[in-house]
Write a protein that binds this ligand. Sequence first.
Ligand SMILES: *[C@@H]1O[C@H](CO)[C@@H](O)[C@H](O)[C@H]1NC(C)=O
Ligand SMILES: *[C@@H]1O[C@H](CO)[C@@H](O)[C@H](O)[C@H]1NC(C)=O
Length: 355
Amino acid sequence: MAKAALFFCVMMIAFSLSNVCEAATEIGVYQLRRGDFSVNITNYGATVISVVVPDRNGKLDDIVLGFGSVDGYKNDTTYFGALVGRVANRISGAQFTLNGVVYKLPDNDNGNTLHGGKIGFSDVVWTVQEHIENSHITLTYNSHDGEQGFPGEVSVMVTYLFVGSNKLAIKMEAKPLNKPTPINLASHTYWNLGGHANGNILSHKIQLLASKITPVDDKLIPTGAISSVKGTPYDFLQHREIGSRLDELAGGYDINYVLDREGAGRHLTKAAVVLDEGSGRKMELWTNQIGVQFYTSNMLGDTVGKNGVVYRRYSGLCLETQGYPDSVNQPNFPSQIVNVGESYLHVMVYRFTAS
Ligand SMILES: *[C@@H]1O[C@H](CO)[C@@H](O)[C@H](O)[C@H]1NC(C)=O
Ligand SMILES: *[C@@H]1O[C@H](CO)[C@@H](O)[C@H](O)[C@H]1NC(C)=O
């Protein structure tokens, strides 16, 4: 059924008849493929299920953690591959005040709200607007007024798009329809450039183009400070193995980096470069966002994923570009409030090479 509808959709586009193809809302898996490079997406949570790219010898591996079936993503607390929102990351005290009104949100993380609440954008079924296998998929979601406690209706659109032969772009757009509201979307993919079944990422080398972080308390809520990485284990301005200073931390990296860029805006800057010397795979990440949460899957308990592979702590790394955490309650941080008539735009571009 879904396949036939999609084929019809593609045919309509091919013949340029218009965009009248019926939007699909059944849960399905949609593949993007260009040569050796392929990406699977499900409209459950607008989730990235797999990213397959060659290593230095042309061997293909799936380099993202995930589950063997779409059902695995339901009731899931890892956020593997998910598109998280309406507000990614933590909101302290599970509430915020906007224009004098207190908005109470679900507490799903030690008294705080994490990744949009109990049923965030990662746990809803998105509508597939357009899917062209060798090019892109566009998914939309309409978040209602009061959803997970947030004010106003928001129309959200995400496009996963191939650029050239080795780049994947993610374009996230959102528009509040009737009230101002905070918006902070993030893509929560867990990467292991050696392949999702290839153990941990501690020997990957990473460079983070960020001289500052927003330090957090023991519940991972920002203290409000913005501090230099200089002389700390957070300094990845030069390529360094992820595991090389791990013993100086309480348990891996889970922190927002303030990217070295000239403020917010549409222009893209390089946020990170990740290299796995075993496979020769390298991933560069560019974004228009001001922050990136670097998370080394510290909280990943033994989780059975694709092909029965058991993922553990440090099996993957996340680079969640976004605004700073808890911005709604942090007067120091750039605002994430989007007004009616304005639109939110978040772009990420990944470039994969191997040598
Ligand atoms: C991606 O999806 C296609 C179509 O459903 C499937 O044949 C393929 O095995 C999937 N690839 C991966 C790596 O999961
Ligand atoms: C998700 O949780 C609900 C309620 O606990 C349960 O009925 C359902 O079977 C679960 N789904 C999966 C895929 O585990």
